[in-house]
Design a binder for this molecule. Structure first.
Ligand code: SF4
Length: 244
């Protein structure tokens, strides 16, 4: 599938096409008590990958908040932040969680591939609202997070079930995926693949990108890709949590 939007290294470009007036959003959102009160949009999930190697130009803290604002404006109410096996800039991550929860009433999932809880991660998770926060862990490390579960933290599996390998996945039509450099892809499984590149948070309107009919909003063939590439996928996790 061809697109008219090409990957760009211009990550230091101005954000005026992407950022929304945060003050206005906060005031509008403050009129509603929960996310359930918001009119439904056609996008529900935002998946942010905070660590992909060591990107030369990464999205900065304030810019992540702009991404969350923009996503909220198109209906997102469920956020997954994939942190890899470290904590990265824990202050930025906590600010993002609080912004998403306090301003936009989003459910927040922190996705870690750590084999055991890091003290900094533990402190941050415990400080967030327990009913609106999940910690997503890899199934093989689940037992190591028992202490956090006992402390009342909602710990869930990052890959509770695998999508059908031979059928197309249309979850991306309800999701926005953004990598650490601000590039948007159809989903985390195909991040970095040129044919699934959707645009950049630095150069386009998110609403335009998610409604662009020529951009790929589904993944056809899962059988040639590693199954663990779907770990942390927001609709996959949410579907499982809603059933249990
Ligand atoms: S990560 Fe996997 S389950 Fe999620 S949208 Fe992509 S293909 Fe579907």
């Amino acid at each position: 599938m061809s697109t008219s939007i090409e990957p760009s290294p211009e990550n230091d470009a101005p954000l005026e096409h992407f950022a929304l007036p945060r003050k206005i959003i906060r005031e509008v959102r403050a009129c509603a008590s929960t996310a359930a009160d918001q009119p439904e949009g056609d996008i529900f999930y935002l998946w942010l990958q905070m660590t992909v190697g060591t990107p030369a130009v990464a999205v900065a803290g304030e810019q992540w908040l702009n991404v969350i604002d923009e996503a909220a404006s198109v209906g997102v109410n469920w956020l997954v932040i994939s942190m890899g096996d470290g904590v990265g800039n824990i202050e930025v991550t906590e600010a993002m969680c609080r912004w998403a929860q306090d301003t936009h009433q989003m459910t927040v999932c922190l996705h870690t591939t750590m084999s055991a809880p890091d003290p900094m991660l533990r402190t941050m998770v415990c400080a967030l609202p327990k009913s609106e926060t999940y910690l997503l862990v890899e199934p093989s490390f689940d037992a190591a997070f028992a202490e956090l579960k006992a402390a009342g933290i909602q710990v869930a599996l990052a890959s509770p079930e695998s999508p059908e390998a031979h059928s197309a996945c249309d979850y991306p039509c309800k999701m926005v995926y953004v990598d650490a450099c601000g590039s948007l892809y159809t989903c985390g499984l195909v991040a970095g693949e040129r044919e699934f590149f959707l645009g950049s948070v630095f150069s386009g309107s998110l609403e335009h990108i998610v409604h662009h009919p020529e951009l790929p909003h589904s993944v056809d063939a899962l059988d040639t890709r590693p199954k663990d590439g779907c770990s942390g996928c927001p609709p996959l996790v949410a579907k499982y949590l809603c059933r249990h």
